[in-house]
Design a protein around this ligand. Structure first.
Ligand code: AMP
Ligand code: MN
Ligand code: MN
Length: 343
């Protein structure tokens, strides 16, 4: 298969067969990546609703880590499929993984790749390590939900409003509300198919993107107020970064997921190509989000530091102090330059 190509017909056929050939009471475990975002949850729940439509009854969805669904996603159709990771089937007939570029994104559920009869991977990361028995990986797809829509169509599952809402949340999250480079004519055509089911984009977008507790608004003010701009970093293309600690969350009485939207305020900075938010997850652990406007391939930085992602959006798990984490990023920026610095 040429690098960067989507799934082959053989791979599509194998994925269809994995579902079609399930035993009558086959158990299916759906797993999306740790700290699930809209694409991870939306893709997983859309596929779950599709399997339910096909008559699959022993069906569970989950993700590693604490079983807390971020508030913006608590209205998603199909949430009744969700169980805590501790209640995932130990040895399902089929496991399906969503939006995870590598096994490490499955956390404590990684053993299901071994215990399941078949492991099917649905993803769109160029860095995907093809860790399933059957892999549907399309690096050109704007979201994993694009792959899910196609597989559901090949399984003969019609789009209903529930499936469409999940897919729409996934697609609009990963394209930044249809603003990012990956927003192709095919993406808008898919959005049109989803909207034709009668779902309400205004309501969905307000819930997903434009609603947060007042405490989070004040927390953002504080965290944005300590942002640092380094114009000379990244060969003169500039770096802007900030951080949020567990203490910040406690003082404002907020849950960690509210910080996911922070990067969108930081990456506005005109003077920096690369933006970064360092979010504390434990005494010595940090979840790092990076974005680029194109001069730097941030997935190279992330992979060098043990993470992954895409050219314009990537992340990794950092250790040490904030300064050490940011220092490790700074040190990798030069090697990740796509275009030379300004003269
Ligand atoms: P985020 O900044 O969390 O929105 O993530 C941006 C991109 O980086 C997503 O495509 C993620 O899949 C990827 N990513 C984030 N954190 C990690 C990590 N710790 N390991 C691998 N990939 C990650
Ligand atoms: Mn994701
Ligand atoms: Mn995705």
């Amino acid at each position: 298969m040429p690098p960067g190509a989507g799934p082959t017909e053989v791979e599509w056929a194998a994925a269809v067969a994995a579902v079609r050939d399930l035993p009558p009471d086959g158990r299916v475990q759906l797993i999306c990546h740790v700290n699930p975002d809209g694409d991870a949850l939306g893709s997983m729940l859309a596929f779950g609703l599709g399997l339910r439509h096909r008559g699959v009854r022993q069906l569970r969805a989950t993700f590693p880590g604490p079983p807390e669904v971020p508030e913006p996603f608590r209205g998603l159709p199909g949430l009744d499929l969700l169980v805590p990771a501790t209640e995932a089937y130990p040895d399902p007939d089929l496991v399906v993984c969503f939006d995870a570029a590598s096994e490490s994104r499955l956390g404590e559920l990684v053993d299901r790749l071994e215990t399941a009869g078949t492991a099917l991977v649905l993803d769109h990361h160029a860095s995907n390590t093809r860790f399933g028995g059957v892999n549907l990986v399309d690096p050109h797809a704007a979201a994993t939900s694009v792959v899910v829509e196609e597989l559901l169509a090949r399984l003969g599952v019609p789009l209903d409003a529930g499936i469409a809402e999940c897919l729409y949340v996934a697609l609009s999250t990963d394209t930044g509300s249809f603003r990012f480079e990956a927003t192709t004519p095919a993406v808008h055509a898919m959005a049109a198919r989803l909207l034709a089911t009668g779902i309400r984009p205004g309501d969905i977008s307000r819930r997903i993107f434009d609603t947060r507790p007042f405490g989070a608004v004040r927390l953002f003010g504080e965290v944005l107020g300590r942002a640092r701009l380094e114009p000379a970093a990244a060969g003169g293309h500039g770096l802007v970064w900030t951080y949020a600690t567990l203490d910040d969350l406690t003082r404002h009485d907020q849950r960690p997921y509210v910080l996911e939207a922070l990067i969108d305020s930081v990456r506005c900075t005109a003077e920096a190509d690369v933006s970064c938010v360092v979010k504390q997850t434990g005494p010595d652990g940090w979840a790092v989000s990076m974005r680029s406007k194109g001069a730097v391939d941030v997935s190279r930085v992330a992979v060098a530091l043990g993470g992954g992602g895409h050219r314009f959006a990537a992340g990794f798990t950092g250790h040490g102090t904030v300064e050490e984490v940011v220092g490790s990023i700074r040190a990798e920026l030069g090697a990740a330059l796509v275009t030379p610095g300004p003269a």
